[in-house]
Design a protein around this ligand. Structure first.
Ligand code: CAA
Length: 260
């Protein structure tokens, strides 16, 4: 029987996906990635879910990276397959039209930080340590780290982290723009739920289009990015949520968005 390494819990409009392999500090092997992909698809398909928290079990790590034991004897072609599995799993986060936040309590290293970088926001605790230490193993980031980190914090700061393999603390990660907020350990989940709760109250289709517009548009030239935004803006004018949101404003009442 396969072990369960990823759990899915729903509380109202918020789903929490937990990577639960604490013995290996939640390291990502192909099985864990497969289960994570299934949980992400479940969150995407569930119409009640308006936000997702991604976290790690055990109190010591979010995810300490791709599983080194699985990689040690991998030939290049299997290394490529592994990278493709990791990349496609992380892509599910970027493509999901709902906010996904990473709740980091402890280590987020290598593939673990790469996983967080695919999320929409990252919240961490004072004991968290983050980095891309792949070069210390004689490899490099393979789940999108060189690309997403350089786009997020700029090329040279990303090079400093990637070339040295240094781990930084949460305050430094916040100063670099990797982490949005550092909160005490016992407040981490409540903080993520509060942020997602605020987002769950606004128009879900609109949030999905905002996410798509930022994710797709930011890597384009400005005029192309503006065109992505313009088409997304137009698409919202055919939604019931737009009618409801505007009517509610004019009638001075709270909007009841259905996500349609
Ligand atoms: N893969 C597999 N097992 C891992 C792991 C990983 N990435 N990280 C930790 N573990 C395992 C350890 O082997 C250890 O197992 P045993 O108890 O069976 O020996 C267990 O988790 C606990 O780890 P430590 O004893 O090392 O704990 P520590 O507190 O001394 O150190 C740590 C914690 C600094 C996070 C250290 O475990 C560490 O450096 N881990 C590796 C981090 C790393 O290099 N990550 C990048 C992986 S490569 C990658 O991610 C490629 C990619 O981009 C796709």
């Amino acid at each position: 029987m396969t072990e369960t390494y990823v759990t899915f819990q729903k509380e109202g409009a918020i789903a929490t996906i937990t990577i639960d392999r604490p013995k290996a500090l939640n390291a990502l092997n192909p099985e864990v990635l497969g289960q994570l992909a299934a949980a992400l698809r479940q969150a995407r398909e569930d119409r009640e879910v308006r936000g997702v928290i991604l976290t790690g079990a055990g109190g010591k790590a979010f995810v300490a990276g791709a599983d080194i034991a699985s990689m040690v004897d991998m030939p290049p072609e299997r290394g490529l397959e592994f990278a493709e599995l990791g990349l496609s799993t992380l892509q599910l986060i970027e493509d999901m039209p709902k906010p996904v936040v990473a709740a980091i309590n402890g280590f987020a290293l290598g593939g673990g930080l790469e996983l967080a970088l695919a999320c929409d926001m990252i919240y961490a605790t004072p004991k968290s340590r983050m980095g891309l230490p792949e070069v210390t193993l004689g490899i490099m980031p393979g789940f999108g780290g060189t690309q997403r980190l350089a786009r997020l914090i700029g090329r040279n700061r990303a090079k400093e982290l990637v070339f040295t393999g240094d781990k930084v603390d949460a305050a430094t990660a916040k100063a670099y723009g990797i982490v949005q907020e550092v909160v005490e350990e016992d407040q981490l989940m409540a903080h993520c739920k509060a942020v997602l709760g605020r987002i769950a109250a606004v128009g879900p289709v609109a949030v999905g289009q905002c996410k798509r517009s930022i994710n797709k548009g930011c890597d384009l030239a400005l005029d192309a990015g503006l065109a992505v935004e313009k088409m997304a803006f137009m698409s919202l004018f055919s939604t019931a949520d737009k009618k409801e949101g505007m009517k509610a404003f004019l009638e001075k009442r709270k909007a009841d968005f259905k996500g349609e």
